[in-house]
Design a protein around this ligand. Structure first.
Ligand code: GLU
Length: 427
């Protein structure tokens, strides 16, 4: 039987539970979401015709606080995937020790085929469908794949209209002009960067010797490329859903970001159509690569920052990078984990590496509730502290129990969830 996102989550979960000798009778509360909400939502398209799509909100666990997690708009977002992502959120909020549980939402639609007006209708319909189950103290969504601050603003507005309330803390990742927090936009990458930098420092490595390949040039990947470039790392490859580019001498991510804004793709910067137009760049070392090739590039650090299930038993053996920092959720399968571990590769897992996003969401939620506005420096300092504390807990657990960083992060998260569930008398 082929694996699914949720069976992959369970494989990791059970392997960790058995390794840490978890001594309580029932694992069912870690194994199953508390609630799965699903509805069909219908919007009227610009052509006047109705468009119907599946929408989900999976609430995995709220022992440690309100459910928390993004909403993705993606043609492949189905119940199983959203369930797995909700479970990862529960572990993630526990790893960084912020007072939330875990949830995730999804709408099964390709937003690239919708107009802006249609996307707004999907956002508002989503809130109408799940309004009863949302709220600052209940379940607080945020952006995820293909969703952004504008969508969060429409969702907040719809919620406040329906509930006749002022509820800035019911959703995070909002625009700065509508209750957002400074630093939220780049937080996922910033958090990952803090951890990577700490690891590089501890290993006494020199950033200017470190070649990095980044798969995905969305919110997480593009910001990460910029942070690394500015800190002296050599970003040798980047890609988006259209494909990627590779230059052993390094790529300037700021230039790529500008180009992508103009054309909608990163490959155009150095390449026209499918043929790389190197003469335009006067650089004979730039090549076009596919997303699959990018993962196998000769580099030191690989950063999957797009979708799940990209490093699998089929290609794990060919990954050359020594360090893998998972900015995407679920990019590596459990089989690939085993192969990479045997080869001595170090993976900083998603539930730690990309937790900067939800951490600054917590800061935004706090500001929404208190009416305060924090400066970017305060956000940055607090984010750094949360990320480095979490990294330390994971390292310590890994050493103590002889676990990989993924296993150790799961162990830290599970134990914290377990404590809260015990207090509540759920176990
Ligand atoms: N979607 C992001 C994640 O997967 C952020 C979630 C949030 O801020 O609630 O971690």
């Amino acid at each position: 039987m082929s694996s699914t996102p949720y069976t992959r989550f369970q494989t990791t979960l059970h392997s960790v539970l058995s390794k840490i000798d978890f001594e309580h009778g029932s694992n069912t509360l870690f194994d199953n979401p508390q609630h799965i909400h699903k509805k069909e939502i219908t919007i009227h398209g610009d052509d006047g015709k109705p468009k119907t799509m599946n929408a989900f909100r999976v609430q995995f666990n709220n022992a440690r606080g309100p459910y928390k997690g993004g909403i993705r708009f993606h043609q492949e977002a189905d119940e199983d995937e959203v369930k797995a992502l909700a479970a990862l959120m529960a572990i993630k909020t526990a790893v960084v020790n912020i007072p939330f549980g875990g949830a995730k939402g999804g709408v099964q639609v390709n937003p690239k085929e919708l107009t802006k007006g249609e996307v707004q209708k999907v956002a508002r319909e989503y809130v109408r469908a799940f309004q009863e189950n949302l709220g600052a103290d209940i379940d607080c969504p945020a952006p995820d794949v293909n969703t952004n601050p504008d969508i969060m603003a429409w969702m907040r507005d719809e919620y406040e209209t329906l509930t006749r309330s002022y509820s800035p803390a019911m959703i995070t990742g909002k625009p700065l002009s509508f209750g957002g927090s400074l630093g939220r936009d780049s937080a996922t990458a910033r958090g990952g960067f803090f951890i990577l930098q700490e690891m590089v420092d501890r290993l006494a490595l020199d950033p200017s010797d470190m070649r990095v390949a980044i798969q995905g040039f969305g919110n997480a990947g593009a910001h990460m490329a910029k942070f690394l470039h500015n800190a002296g790392y050599i970003v040798v490859a980047v890609s988006d859903s259209q494909g990627g580019i590779y230059s052993p001498e390094g790529i300037d991510p700021v230039r790529i970001a500008k180009y992508k804004e103009k054309t909608g793709s990163v490959t155009g910067e150095y390449c026209e159509g499918s043929v790389c137009d190197i003469s335009r760049m006067n650089m004979d070392s730039v090549e076009q690569v596919t997303n699959e090739q990018l993962l196998e590039i000769d580099c030191d650090i690989l950063i999957p920052a797009a979708l799940d299930n990209v490093i699998t038993a089929d290609n794990a053996d060919r990954i050359k990078a020594q360090y893998i920092l998972e900015l995407a959720n679920g990019p590596t399968t459990p089989e690939a984990d085993v192969i990479l571990d045997k080869k001595g590769k170090r993976i900083i897992p998603d539930v730690l590496a990309n937790a900067g996003g939800v951490t600054v969401s917590y800061f935004e939620w706090s500001q929404g509730r208190s009416g305060e506005q924090w400066t970017e420096d305060i956000v940055d300092d607090r984010l750094k502290k949360v990320m480095l504390d979490a990294y330390k807990s994971v390292r310590r657990e890994s050493r103590r129990e002889n676990l990989t960083y993924r296993e150790a992060a799961f162990a830290v998260g599970i134990k914290r969830m377990f404590d809260a569930m015990t207090v509540r008398g759920w176990l």
